[in-house]
Design a protein around this ligand. Structure first.
Ligand SMILES: [Zn+2]
Length: 145
């Protein structure tokens, strides 16, 4: 069983200072020293010596050493992709024209029941951009009767 020493032996202080000035983090110093010294006391020692890194420097070091990872976290549930074949089929069935107003400008494939994951043929229709936007706003904020 390890006994965590709060008091760092004086012979270690020098090597900790050297490692810290090389850019090691306190956790890394603890791991390389193989001595049961807890991270907090290394941090306290470094602070006492007045060689603490600025937060931005520490952050830059952490990125360089691979301790901070940036990864893409989508906060939305990814919707199923409509295959180009089905999209073309829907558009050509409706003669590349909006089924509501007949415009052929900026036509899009619309989900009739507004379920973006329901890509069945009978749930798809051709709408122009204006009608599609209008429909979604109409459904979101229906007119008061
Ligand atoms: Zn339209």
């Amino acid at each position: 069983m390890f006994i965590v020493t709060r008091q760092i032996p004086s012979k270690l202080v020098e090597s900790i200072e050297k490692l810290y000035k090389q850019g090691y983090s306190c956790q890394e110093i603890k791991d390389t020293l193989h001595v049961p010294v807890d991270v907090r006391s290394i941090q306290r020692l470094v602070k006492k010596m007045g060689i603490t890194r600025s937060p931005s420097d520490a952050f830059r070091n952490a990125i360089k050493r691979g301790r901070v990872h940036f990864h893409y976290q989508p906060n939305k549930i990814k919707r199923k992709r409509l295959s180009p074949k089905v999209r073309y089929q829907v558009l050509s069935d409706d003669d590349f024209k909006c089924v509501k107003c007949g415009s052929s400008l900026l036509v899009e494939v619309d989900h009739i029941d507004e379920d973006k994951n329901n890509n069945k043929r009978e749930n798809l229709q051709t709408l122009c951009h204006e009608c599609n936007i209008g429909k979604s706003w109409y459904l979101r904020y229906p007119p008061k009767s």
